[in-house]
Design a protein around this ligand. Structure first.
Ligand SMILES: C[S@@+](CC[C@H](N)C(=O)[O-])C[C@H]1O[C@@H](n2cnc3c(N)ncnc32)[C@H](O)[C@@H]1O
Length: 210
C-alpha cells in the first residue's frame, strides 16, 4: 500500500462514526495491517507487553487480548510466558488474520463498549493496545473490561492522551475511590507511530483489579 493510502485508512478509522464503520475499515485493511504498522514504527505492542510482564505473574491465565487485531501482541505473548491467550475484536477480517497465526486459544468477535460475552472475573489479566483511541473505543469500554478481570488481576491499556485528558483519567480516579481498581503504572505520553506524520501522544497504563 502506498503511504498515501495508509494515511487515508488511518484517517478513516480515526473519523469513524460507528463501530460498524470501524469494523469495515479494519476488515478491508486486515491483510496489509502488519506491514503498514511495521513501516510506521508501531510501538504499542512492545510497550504494553513490557508493562504486562512487569506486573502480571509469568503464565497468568487465561489472558485476554482485547482489540487483538491481527495478533501482533499474541505473537509475543507465548515467548514472554503467557501460553493461554484469547483474542477479542470487532473486525472479523482482523480476527481471521490473527486466527491463521495459530497463537490464540479462542477468537471472540465482540465490541468493547457493550456488555462482553464473558462471566465476571473470567480472565487473570487483560492487555489492550491501540484500541482506546480516537474513533475506536472511549472510556465507556473500561468498566466491563474490569468486570471480566479477576480480583488481583492486571489490566494493561494504551490510551490516547486526548482521551486520557477528557474523561479517562477522571473515570479511573472515580474507580479508585470506589475501591474497584488501582492505577499501578503509567508510562506518561509517548508517540505510538513515530513513522506516521501527525501522530498525537498516547500513554500505557496498568491497573490492578481490587
Ligand atoms: C490499531 S488496531 C490494534 C490491534 C492490535 N491490538 C495491535 O496493537 O496491533 C485497533 C483494533 O481495535 C479493534 N476495535 C476497534 N473498535 C473496537 C471495539 N469497539 N471493540 C473491539 N475491537 C475494536 C479494531 O478492529 C482493530 O483490530
Amino acid at each position: 500500500m502506498s503511504a498515501e493510502n495508509k494515511t487515508s485508512r488511518l484517517g478513516s478509522v480515526y473519523q469513524a462514526e460507528s463501530s460498524e464503520d470501524v469494523a469495515r475499515v479494519y476488515d478491508a485493511w486486515a491483510e496489509k495491517y502488519d506491514e503498514d504498522m511495521s513501516l510506521a514504527g508501531y510501538r504499542h505492542p512492545a510497550i504494553s507487553l513490557a508493562l504486562l510482564c512487569r506486573h502480571a505473574p509469568k503464565g497468568a491465565a487465561p489472558l485476554l487480548d482485547a482489540g487483538a487485531g491481527t495478533g501482533l501482541i499474541g505473537e509475543w505473548l507465548a515467548i514472554t510466558g503467557f501460553a493461554h491467550v484469547e483474542a477479542l475484536d470487532i473486525s472479523a477480517g482482523m480476527l481471521s488474520v490473527a486466527g491463521r497465526k495459530g497463537i490464540y486459544k479462542a477468537l471472540h468477535q465482540a465490541a468493547l463498549g457493550t456488555k462482553l460475552p464473558f462471566a465476571d472475573n473470567r480472565f487473570a489479566a487483560i492487555i489492550s493496545a491501540g484500541v482506546f483511541t480516537s474513533g475506536h473505543v472511549g472510556v465507556e469500554g473500561l468498566d466491563d473490561l474490569l468486570r471480566v478481570c479477576a480480583p488481583g488481576g492486571i489490566v494493561v491499556l494504551t490510551v490516547k492522551d486526548v482521551l486520557w485528558q477528557s474523561g479517562f483519567r477522571a473515570r479511573i480516579e472515580a474507580l479508585e475511590a470506589g475501591g474497584v481498581c488501582a492505577l499501578i503504572d503509567d508510562t506518561g505520553p509517548y508517540v505510538s507511530m513515530p513513522g506516521e506524520e501527525g501522530t498525537t501522544p498516547s500513554r500505557c497504563i496498568a491497573l490492578r483489579v481490587a
